[in-house]
Write a protein that binds this ligand. Structure first.
Ligand code: COA
Ligand code: AMP
Length: 637
C-alpha cells in the first residue's frame, strides 16, 4: 500500500470528523437538488438530528431521470435474472424511467399522494423495484415486507404503517415450492384493523390468483392504462421509506429513512466503499425485503449510474452451487455483495470449487459480505477460491449503509479475518463498559457510535420518537447503542462478536426471539417458554424453543412440539427457521423472575459458563442442558 493510498482513508476520515458539515455538503453536490439546503446538520431537536434541512430533491430523479437526461438512457439499469422462471430481461435507464413514471401514475390514480404509505409484499421481480421508485417519485412512503414473513407479521406492519395501497404478486417462487402471496395477504388483511383502499396484484403465469373485486387491480392492466407522472420535489428530511426490523419485543421497529441524507450517503458509499464507476455492474444478492436490498439493489447502484442485478434465485439449488459464478460471468459483475451464509451454503455443496472452475469470473473485482459475522474459515475459503479481495463489512438495518469496512475506493487495509476493519468516514465507533467508560484495546464491551450519526442512518422509528430514543439513545447518553458486543484492537480494527440483546441472526436476517416466544406462548398447552439462538454452522444461529406445559396437560410431547413448529411457521413465517423445541419441567430464572436466556445459550453452544449468583434454583440448568442435549446441542466436553 502506497503512502498516498493509506493517507486517503486517514484524510477522509479526519475531514468527516472535524468538518462533518463541509464533508457531507461536498458529498451532496454529487446529486441534483431542486432547492439547496439551509442547514447541513440540523441539531435543533437533538438527539433527533436531521441532515440537509430546507433542501429539496427527489431520489428517483437522481437515480433514474437524471441519467437519462445526461446520456445514460440506453445503458442497462436493471438486469433481471430469474433461474426459477427461466426469464432474463434487461431494462435500460430510459425504459425504467418510463415504467416507473407510469406506475407512479397508477398510484396517483388510486389517490396516493406525498406522505401516504404503500406496503409492498412482493418477490424478486423488477416490478418490486419499479413499485419502490414509483412511490419515491411522488413522495409516497414505501414499506417493503419480506415475503418469508407470515400473515400475522404482515398484519402488524399494515396496522403500524397504515398504507393506502398494497402492492403484491400472485406468488413468489422458492427452490422447492411456489409461495402464493395473495392468500397470505388476504389472511393478513383479515387480521389487520387497518384496511388499504386498494391492492395492485402482479399476476405471475406460473401461479395466477383470484382478485378481490372492488379492491384489487391487475398490475399490468393498470400499468398500461396509466399516464406517466413526473418526479415531485420533496424535502430532504421527508420519509422515503419505513423498513421494519426485529425489536427485542414481538413488536417490530419501523426504521425511517429520509430522502436526502440517504441518497447522499449511498451515492458516496458506492464510490468510496465499493469502488464502483458509473456504467459498471453491481450485484447485491439479497432480497428487496432487507436493508441490503433497499440500499444496494434498488437505490445505491442507480444513484451511481451503475447497473443493478435483480436475481430471483439462491446460491444453491437454482440449479446448483455454480449459480453465483454463472451470474457474474454472464452479466460481467464487478462487485458482488451477499451474506456469509450464502458462501457457507456454496462451500457445503461444492467444497473444492468444481462449479467455480466452469465459469470465467475474471471481471469480478471484489466480494463484500455482511449481515452476520464472517467467520475466519469462510473468509479463507472464499479468498482462496476467488483470489480477489473478500471484504467483511458491518452494518445494520438502522444504519442503512456500512459502519465499518475495508475500502475499494479509499484505502485497502491488510485484512484481519474476523474483523470488518475500520470505521467508515462519518461514523465514530467506540466500545464502552457498563459504566459508560471507553474500554482498553482488545477488551470487549458494548459497541456504540457517537451522535450524530452520519446522513443515511435512521432518523427515528415510525411515529415513535420515544421508542427510538429509549431503544438506542438512552443507555449511554450522547451515543447510539448498536446492540452488538465487540472490541477494537490496538490497530483500530473493529471486531463484532454478536448481539447482546434478544435478537438473533439467522442466515443473515435478524429475528426477535420475542416474536417467536409470543407465538409459542399462545398455544393452549404452553404455560411459559423461552427461545434462544443456538450456534449453527450454516446459518450462524438457529432458534430453539424451551416450553413448560400447563399443569394437567397429558398429550404426547412430540405432538405438541410439532404443533409449535407449525405455529411459528404460520405466525412468524418460514424465515424464522424454527424447527427445534423441547418440553422442560421449568425454566431457569433469577430470584426476581428473569429467565436466564444467556446462560442457556452458552450451555447450548458448549461455551464456558458460570452459575449466575442470582439464580433461583440451580438444578434447573442441568435439566435444561439435558433437554438441549436431546436436541443435539450442549454436548458434554
Ligand atoms: N418468500 C417466501 N419464503 C421465503 C422467502 C421469500 N422471499 N425467502 C426464504 N423463504 C423461506 C425458505 O423457502 C425457507 O423455507 P423452508 O423452511 O420451507 O425451507 C425458509 O424461508 C428459510 O429460508 P432461509 O433461511 O433463507 O433458508 P434457505 O434454505 O431457503 O436458504 C441460504 C439458505 C443460505 C441459501 C439463503 O438464506 C441465502 O441465500 N442467504 C444469503 C443471502 C441473503 O438473503 N442475505 C440477506 C442479507 S445480505
Ligand atoms: P440487520 O439489521 O438484519 O442487518 O442485522 C444487523 C446485525 O447483523 C448487526 O447488529 C450485527 O449483529 C450483525 N452483523 C451485520 N454485519 C456484520 C458483520 N460484518 N460482522 C458481524 N456481525 C454483523
Amino acid at each position: 500500500m502506497s503512502t498516498n493510498e493509506s493517507n486517503a482513508y486517514e484524510l477522509t476520515y479526519q475531514r468527516a470528523l472535524e468538518d462533518p458539515e463541509g464533508f457531507w455538503a461536498d458529498a451532496a453536490d454529487a446529486l441534483h437538488w431542486d432547492a439547496r439546503w439551509e442547514r447541513v446538520l440540523d441539531a435543533r431537536n437533538a438527539p433527533l438530528y436531521r441532515w440537509f434541512t430546507g433542501g429539496q430533491l427527489n431520489i428517483c430523479y437522481n437515480a433514474i431521470d437524471r441519467h437519462v437526461e445526461t446520456g445514460r438512457g440506453d445503458q442497462a439499469a436493471v438486469i433481471y435474472d430469474s433461474p426459477v422462471t427461466g426469464i432474463k430481461r434487461t431494462i435500460t435507464y430510459r425504459e425504467l424511467q418510463d415504467e416507473v413514471a407510469r406506475f407512479a401514475g397508477v398510484l396517483t390514480s388510486l389517490g396516493v399522494t406525498k406522505g401516504d404509505r404503500v406496503i409492498i409484499y412482493m418477490p424478486m421481480t423488477p416490478e418490486t423495484l419499479i413499485g419502490m421508485y414509483a412511490c419515491a417519485r411522488i413522495g409516497a412512503v414505501h414499506s417493503v415486507v419480506f415475503g418469508g414473513f407470515a400473515p400475522n407479521e404482515l398484519a402488524v406492519r399494515i396496522d403500524d404503517a397504515q398504507p393506502k395501497v398494497v402492492l403484491t404478486a400472485s406468488c413468489g417462487i422458492e427452490v422447492q415450492r411456489i409461495v402464493p402471496y395473495k392468500p397470505l395477504l388476504d389472511q393478513a388483511l383479515a387480521l389487520a384493523t387497518h384496511q388499504p383502499a386498494h391492492c395492485v396484484v402482479l399476476q405471475r403465469p406460473v401461479h395466477p390468483c383470484e382478485r378481490t373485486s372492488g379492491r384489487d387491480l391487475d398490475w399490468h392492466a393498470a400499468h398500461v392504462a396509466a399516464s406517466p407522472v413526473p418526479c415531485v420535489p420533496v424535502d430532504a428530511t421527508d420519509p422515503l421509506y419505513i423498513l421494519y426490523t426485529s425489536g427485542t419485543t414481538g413488536m417490530p421497529k419501523g426504521v425511517v429513512r429520509d430522502h436526502g441524507g440517504h441518497a447522499v450517503a449511498l451515492r458516496w458509499s458506492m464510490e468510496h466503499v465499493y469502488g464502483l464507476q458509473p456504467g459498471e455492474v453491481f450485484w447485491a444478492a439479497s432480497d428487496f425485503g432487507w436493508a441490503v436490498g433497499h440500499s444496494y439493489i434498488v437505490y445505491g447502484p442507480l444513484l451511481a449510474g451503475c447497473t443493478t442485478v435483480v436475481h430471483e434465485g439462491k446460491p444453491v439449488g437454482t440449479p446448483d452451487a455454480g449459480e453465483f459464478w454463472r451470474v457474474i460471468q454472464e452479466h460481467q459483475v464487478r462487485v458482488l455483495f451477499t451474506a456469509p451464509t450464502a458462501f457457507r451454503a456454496i462451500k457445503r455443496e461444492d467444497p473444492n470449487g468444481a462449479h467455480y472452475t466452469r465459469y470465467d469470473t475474471s471481471c469480478l473485482r471484489a466480494l463484500f459480505l455482511a449481515g452476520e459475522r464472517l467467520d475466519p474459515d469462510t473468509y479463507h475459503w472464499a479468498r482462496a477460491l476467488i483470489g480477489k479481495p473478500v471484504i467483511d463489512h458491518w452494518w445494520q438495518t438502522e444504519t442503512g449503509w456500512p459502519v465499518a469496512s475495508n475500502f475499494l475506493g479509499l484505502t485497502s487495509f491488510p485484512v484481519k479475518p474476523g474483523s470488518p476493519t475500520k470505521p467508515v468516514p462519518g461514523y465514530v465507533v467506540e466500545v464502552l463498559d457498563d459504566e459508560g467508560q471507553t474500554v482498553a484495546p482488545n477488551k470487549e464491551g458494548a459497541v456504540v457510535m457517537i451522535l450524530p450519526l452520519p446522513p443515511g442512518s435512521l432518523t427515528t422509528l415510525w411515529r415513535n420518537d420515544a421508542r427510538y430514543i429509549d431503544t438506542y439513545l438512552t443507555r449511554y447518553p450522547g451515543y447510539y447503542l448498536t446492540g452488538d458486543g465487540g472490541y477494537i484492537d490496538e490497530d483500530g480494527y473493529l471486531f463484532i462478536m454478536g448481539r447482546v440483546d434478544d435478537i438473533i441472526i439467522v442466515a443473515g436476517h435478524n429475528l426477535s426471539t420475542g416474536s417467536i416466544e409470543q407465538a409459542l406462548a399462545s398455544h393452549p398447552d404452553v404455560a411459559e417458554c423461552a427461545v434462544i439462538g443456538v450456534r449453527d454452522a450454516l446459518k450462524t444461529q438457529l432458534p430453539v424453543g424451551l416450553v413448560v406445559l400447563k399443569a394437567g396437560v397429558t398429550r404426547a410431547h412430540a405432538d405438541i412440539a410439532a404443533e409449535l413448529v407449525q405455529k411459528v411457521r404460520s405466525e412468524v413465517g418460514p424465515v424464522a427457521n424454527f424447527r427445534q423445541v423441547a418440553v422442560v419441567a421449568r425454566l431457569p430464572k433469577t430470584r426476581s423472575g428473569k429467565v436466564l436466556r444467556k446462560t442457556m445459550r452458552l450451555i447450548a453452544d458448549g461455551d464456558d459458563w458460570t452459575m449466575p449468583a442470582t439464580i433461583d434454583e440451580p438444578a434447573t440448568l442441568e435439566e435444561i442442558a439435558e433437554a438441549l442435549r436431546g436436541l443435539g446441542h450442549a454436548r458434554r466436553s
